[in-house]
Design a protein around this ligand. Structure first.
Ligand SMILES: Nc1nc2c(ncn2[C@@H]2O[C@H](COP(=O)(O)OP(=O)(O)OP(=O)(O)O)[C@@H](O)[C@H]2O)c(=O)[nH]1
Ligand SMILES: [Mg+2]
Ligand SMILES: [Zn+2]
Length: 232
């Protein structure tokens, strides 16, 4: 019988090294008073579109930037920059999640454009589109946000419990499409709340703007909380 113990051991070591790097990043962000939000969802749930709309609403009064991960292309960073959000694209070349070392490299003083990531009020990290392993890789964020679009089906929270139990905020996205798809918001809300009783659930549409004020208010409150911890 073959054992998979060596593989499990290697995975434990990898996750432990990631956790150490993430904790160092978290301390650094806390000292700078920067709120870091890690956005996680399956491909196409609306992460980049939400950030485009969020930038329009918040960029005037706050210093914002984004780091965005994809397997290939600079497309998302190009979109975010066009929306006025300074953005750095991490092209993973195949890896289906970001890890803390990748964030550390973007912030390193030697990295091209590293200065854009200093003195921020809010740093968004848009993870690679994937509901599974991004849940296991801490990036030093204060807050994981999971997005679930109404077109993906309401069965997803219980099928992917890892991310829905770890995310402090769940966004039900593409609310404008609700009339066209079977998606029972009350049931989905109840299932998400079962997995994360203390979490916040918001319903949003980046197309109509519904729910975006509540989302931006939540971010503004959390930015203020980060600053008050720094100044105590
Ligand atoms: N109807 C509707 N469409 C939306 C909404 N938000 C995003 N979309 C569309 O959904 C598609 C995917 O949106 P993206 O923002 O690129 O999704 P993403 O999560 O960033 O995708 P990946 O980066 O590939 O994982 C695009 O065609 C968007 O225009 C919304 O609120 N309503
Ligand atoms: Mg995207
Ligand atoms: Zn992965």
């Amino acid at each position: 019988m073959t054992s998979n113990a060596p593989a499990q051991d290697a995975r434990q070591k990898l996750l432990a090294a990631n956790a150490a790097a993430a904790n160092a990043l978290r301390q650094r962000f806390a000292a700078a008073g920067t709120l870091v939000v890690n956005l996680i969802s399956s491909p196409g749930s609306g992460k980049t579109t939400l950030l485009e709309q969020t930038a329009k609403r918040l960029a005037g009064g706050h210093r914002l930037a984004a780091i965005v991960g994809d397997i290939a292309t600079e497309r998302d960073a190009d979109r975010l920059r066009a929306a006025g959000l300074p953005a750095h694209q991490i092209v993973t070349g195949g890896a289906c999640h970001l890890d803390a070392r990748m964030i550390e490299q973007v912030l390193s003083p030697d990295a091209v454009g590293a200065e854009r990531f200093e003195d921020l009020d809010l740093l968004f990290v848009e993870n690679v589109g994937n509901l599974v392993c991004p849940a296991n890789y801490d990036l030093g964020e204060q807050c994981k946000v999971v997005l679930l679009s109404v077109t993906e089906g309401g069965d997803k929270p219980f099928k992917y419990p890892g991310i829905f139990s770890k995310a402090d905020v769940a966004l039900i996205t593409k609310l404008d499409l609700l009339p066209y798809v079977p998606f029972d918001v009350a049931t989905v809300r109840a299932e998400i709340a079962t997995l994360r009783p203390s979490g916040t659930i918001l319903e949003v549409s980046s197309t109509t703007g519904a729910g975006l004020d509540a989302w931006c208010d939540l971010l503004t409150q959390r930015m203020a909380a980060c600053k008050s911890i720094t100044t105590v």
